[in-house]
Design a protein around this ligand. Structure first.
Ligand SMILES: Nc1ncnc2c1ncn2[C@@H]1O[C@H](COP(=O)(O)OP(=O)(O)OP(=O)(O)O)[C@@H](O)[C@H]1O
Ligand SMILES: [Mg+2]
Length: 752
């Protein structure tokens, strides 16, 4: 997760709140207390609607009756109170709204539904429930009461409007106007309609429907055809709008993820207008963005639109991005395009012929929004990005309709408190309770995890090359025979026991920048996107480091022990002594290297490091003296000589000084953002306590530390002290810090 450039988001949906035509003209809440089921916290201000309901307008009653009947909510008695359990918060909100207006859903069995309509109990025979699915975008229920069969239908406006009986133009127009207004305000809308069914027509349909249910092939399509057949010639009742409040911290999270270089695409089943409005409220879209709306009704139209947009985007990019290396890099600097595609056009855009064109346009845009898409389309979009882009994709969603995209992406994250709780959670790799936790998941844990893994790998290669090449150098002295330098026991357990624990501790605990700063500076995430911490170059660098280490570790002892004698004049030149000395020095050197690499110290690191060294000595002793190994007494004899300690010290100094110098040089003259942030942290929190900072690193402090010293060209050697903590916006701070980077030095690893 530390290297995540793509992030697909299903819209999050906290509590649905019924908002039925709230009108600012009405300031006093209407009295609903004559309904014993009403929720005292529910406030409604429009008296005209209550009057219409109390009057003789039958459609108003049908509207609420539909809300109380057409759903899949389950009622539950809790301490004498009626509670509802809804699959989606929207359904729950609508049934609760109907209840407040006196149309109370009371209970359901497998073939009946009971409601109380204005205090009168009504039981309906449930004939069929044509369930909601994301492709149909609507649901219906067929009920029978007092010999009358009726279908109630609710669903997306685009679907219902197509299925209305002719001759309702005024009502349709008025409703559409309201719907547009609601959608522009970011509300989630539904249309409601019904129809009385004639007995004969219904029985006819029923037999065909039963055939479809029983059919073995093509069942789904046949069922859908029968659904469509009955869900037509409907009478429009009206529309509902539900506020889809953003969870806390969503805009900041999105802004920070975008700053971190993660590309965010929103894939939703909602209406275009609603989605755009939500895009604005979560700061994904801004007023300065140019909108590219793909709404073609045929393949050719979609292709034309995409080609035209590609030209538009490329021209802007080439105007702005002169000097940029790649198209996408230039695109990042662009003030921004937002691509909006609706589900209908997406079908064509995802054709094998046009998909690359679509992706090309989309990857040049700052924001991509696909609305009215089905779950399958969501998965196809993720798959498209996965196939053609190098990056890693993450999908986050809360609903059952997000499951397929969560499964398709490299990483799936379920938001666990909302609808489809089980589905989204079970399908995902990670589940978070709120969208905003994604920020910490990616920018802190994802980043640390990538950083640790890379550091672990680099060190692992280094220590193994250092070990292996010792044999290579030794081979020159033994005519490339099979003779080994080290004792067989050492060869077997070098990786297992002597050098594994410190690097494991490093791989588990190390951090270059703490969690707060990781979030404060989202740009710290970008090395992961560029795969900068472990790649071929880093691999070769580690291997070379290992090679040089092995050379020094073999030839310094070789020189020191060449013709060497102990204090009593006995020769020190034998293969076993030499092998033991090189082995011991090697273990000390690679362990010292871990000392330099570890930036975050915990007791476990110290225990692992010292424990490894002590364990090495103990195991050597035990093996040679207790079990009777081949190199018995070689190490203990040589450790009694000062030559050994001088050689050890000399080797360590020769190997460590250049590494420290190299790192200091890079940290001082070419610091990465991580170096700068870490140095700043050390200056503020650690060095003042120990007083070593200024001494060691020659970093002048501002005369008055309370005075902010912002880069103005006159204070060239001072990094603004307060700037990071009173930061107006992370990007500004990062720019400031980077612009001051030349003035910073520290004991930092170069590319971490
Ligand atoms: N229970 C329902 N009954 C009837 N129509 C519904 C129901 N739930 C949703 N719809 C309609 O179907 C459309 C598609 O629903 P879908 O669940 O695919 O997406 P969504 O809920 O709008 O958005 P998201 O992708 O954020 O979940 C909705 O926009 C809505 O108009
Ligand atoms: Mg949904």
């Amino acid at each position: 997760m530390g290297r995540l450039p793509f992030h697909m988001e299903g819209r999050k949906k906290p509590h649905g709140v019924a908002q039925l035509a709230a009108n600012p003209r009405f300031t006093r809440a209407v009295d609903l207390s004559n309904n014993p089921y009403h929720d005292p916290n529910f406030k409604f201000y429009d008296q005209t609607m209550v009057d219409a309901l109390n009057g003789s307008d039958p459609s108003c009653e049908t509207f609420f009756r539909l809300l109380a009947l057409c759903h899949t909510v389950m009622p539950k008695e809790n301490d004498g109170n009626l509670e509802y359990q809804a699959q989606s918060p929207d359904e729950g909100a609508l049934v609760a709204a109907a209840r407040n207006f006196g149309f109370v859903f009371l209970s359901r069995t497998s073939n009946t539904i009971t409601i109380s309509a204005k205090g009168v109990q009504e039981t309906y025979e449930l004939l069929y429930l044509l369930d909601f699915n994301n492709v149909r975008k609507c649901m219906s229920i067929i009920l029978k009461r007092e010999g009358m069969v009726r279908i109630y239908c609710k669903g997306a406006d685009s679907v219902i409007m197509e299925r209305l009986r002719a001759g309702q133009d005024t009502l349709k127009r008025d409703t559409q106007e309201h719907l547009d207004g609601f959608a522009a305000a970011g509300l989630r809308t539904l249309c409601l309609a019904y129809k009385d069914l004639e007995e004969e027509h219904f029985l006819d349909w029923e037999s065909r429907h039963n055939d479809a249910v029983m059919s073995l092939d093509n069942r789904e399509a046949r069922l859908n055809a029968t659904y469509e057949e009955i869900e037509k010639d409907l009478l429009l009742l009206g529309a509902t709008a539900i506020e889809d409040k953003l969870q806390d911290g969503v805009p900041q999270t999105i802004a920070n993820l975008a700053l971190a270089g993660i590309k965010i695409w929103v894939l939703t089943g909602d209406k275009q207008e609603t989605t755009i409005n939500i895009g604005y409220s979560c700061q994904l879209l801004t007023d300065r963005m140019d909108f590219l709306i793909v709404d073609g009704q045929s393949a050719e139209e979609v292709e034309d639109q995409l080609m035209q947009f590609l030209d538009q985007v490329s021209i802007t990019i080439s105007d702005e991005g002169i000097g940029s290396d790649t198209l996408s890099e230039a695109g990042d600097q662009n003030a921004g395009f937002a691509l909006v595609v609706n589900g209908y056009s997406l079908v064509f855009a995802l054709n094998a012929e046009y998909e690359q064109l679509f992706l090309e346009v989309a990857s040049c845009c700052k924001a991509v929004i696909c609305c009215r898409v089905t779950p399958l389309q969501k998965a196809m979009v993720v798959d498209l990005v996965k196939r053609y882009q190098k990056g890693v994709t993450l999908s986050v969603g809360d609903g059952a309709n997000d499951v397929s995209m969560i499964k398709t992406a490299h990483i799936g994250v379920g938001i666990s408190r909302q609808e489809g709780l089980q589905a989204a959670m079970l399908a995902s790799d990670y589940s978070v309770a709120q969208f905003k936790f994604l920020e910490r998941l990616l920018l802190v844990h994802g980043r640390w995890s990538y950083y640790r893994m890379c550091k672990f790998l680099r060190y692992f290669y280094y220590k193994n090359y250092a070990f292996t090449f010792c044999h290579f150098w030794f081979a020159f002295f033994v005519a490339f025979s099979a003779q080994t330098l080290f004792d067989p026991m050492f060869i077997s357990v070098y990786n297992l026991f002597y050098t594994s624990m410190p690097v494991l501790a490093l791989g588990i605990f190390d951090q270059d920048v703490d969690d707060k700063n990781s979030i404060r500076f989202p740009k710290l995430y970008t090395p992961g996107l560029k795969n900068a911490l472990f790649n071929k170059r880093e691999f070769f660098r580690s291997a070379l480091h290992g090679l040089v280490t092995s050379f020094v570790v073999v030839f310094i002892p070789f020189g020191a022990y060449y013709n060497g004698m102990d204090l009593e004049g006995r020769s020190l030149v034998d293969q076993q002594t030499f092998g033991s000395v090189v082995a011991t020095i090697l273990v000390f050197v690679v362990t010292m290297q871990i000392f330099l690499d570890t930036l975050y110290w915990t007791p476990f690191n110290l225990i692992a490091i010292w424990g490894s060294l002590i364990f090495y000595l103990l195991l050597q002793y035990f093996y040679n003296y207790v079990l009777g190994g081949d190199y018995v007494a070689a190490l203990s004899k040589t450790m009694g000589e000062p030559t050994f300690y001088f050689t050890l010290l000399l080797t360590i100094v020769i190997l460590m000084i250049p590494v420290m110098a190299w790192r200091l040089y890079w940290a001082k003259f070419h610091p990465t953002l991580s170096d700068i942030v870490r140095l700043k942290y050390l200056r503020q929190h650690m060095w003042p306590r120990y007083g070593i900072g200024r001494l060691l690193f020659n970093s002048k402090r501002p005369r008055n530390p309370r005075q902010p010293t912002i880069s103005n060209g006159r204070t060239p050697n001072v990094l603004p002290d307060r700037i990071r903590f009173v930061a107006p916006a992370p990007s500004t701070v990062e720019e400031n810090l980077l612009s001051r980077s030349r003035s910073v030095c520290g004991l930092c690893e170069r590319r971490s």
